[in-house]
Design a protein around this ligand. Structure first.
Ligand code: PRP
Ligand code: URA
Length: 214
């Protein structure tokens, strides 16, 4: 099916990712399994989202002979989860980029206005020199991500990629209009939001499901 998405949006439709997202959507999935899967999906997404990291040529001696190898060029990375739900994506990403620094942005949606309220922002001091992976499993209206990108840019961040597990069209459209240079990697794409701006079919409230608060 043709999704007709902007060019900056990459839907990671690998079978392993699709299978795991299906289990996340199931309302009978336990908190423990949900948390584990968010972490695994984040690692798989991170694998794709780091595909363009720079490498340099190097040489080593194997036990047998001389070998020409590739090494990461040492691009500085930062992971920035949006609290709370983004925290669930940090460990999976750190499993593949263990030297990344981690910043945090605290934000929640006001239940009545549906607008993001930010309450915390602590980023690595040298965020302007780092490739930033912004982490939040859910993009619904896009308000939280737009506010997070604005906060990060005000603090110097220039190279930002967004990793989200489920993205809705409304959010993707708004983010792309505001920040066309930000690449958006998602594991699944859903068309609709309900009257409370929850993603349909989505997976419910990601923060509550990761932390077992409901
Ligand atoms: C969720 C989610 C995003 C936001 C998406 O967080 O993790 O941050 O909603 O909605 P939007 O695209 O319409 O802005 P929530 O506000 O539920 O906070 P929580 O993670 O603390 O539960
Ligand atoms: N936040 C969530 O956690 N889920 C949604 O469906 C929308 C926003």
């Amino acid at each position: 099916m043709e999704l007709n998405l902007p060019n900056n949006v990459i839907v990671l439709d690998h079978p392993l990712i699709q299978h795991k997202v299906g289990i996340l959507r199931d309302k009978t999935t336990s908190t423990k399994v949900f948390r584990e899967l968010v972490s695994e999906i984040s690692m798989l997404m991170g694998y794709e989202a780091t595909r363009d990291l720079a490498v340099v040529d190097a040489e080593v001696e194997t036990p047998i002979a001389h070998a020409k190898i590739k090494q990461l060029a040492g691009t500085k990375l930062a992971l920035v989860p949006i609290l709370r739900a983004g925290l669930g994506m940090v460990d999976g990403m750190l499993a593949i980029v263990p030297s990344a620094r981690v910043g945090h942005i605290g934000m929640f949606r006001d239940h009545d206005t549906l607008l993001p309220i930010d309450y915390y922002c602590k980023l690595p001091e040298d965020i302007d020199q780092r490739d930033v992976f912004l982490l939040d499993p859910m993009v619904a209206t896009g308000g939280s991500i737009i506010s997070a990108i604005k906060s990060m840019q005000e603090r110097g961040a220039v190279n930002i990629k967004l990793l989200c597990i489920i993205a809705a069209r409304e959010g993707i459209t708004k983010i792309t209009e505001a920040y066309p240079d930000v690449k958006i990697y998602c594991a699944a794409f859903d068309e609709e939001l309900d009257e409370n701006a929850y993603i349909v079919p989505g997976l419910g409230d990601a923060g509550d499901r990761i932390f077992g608060t409901k």
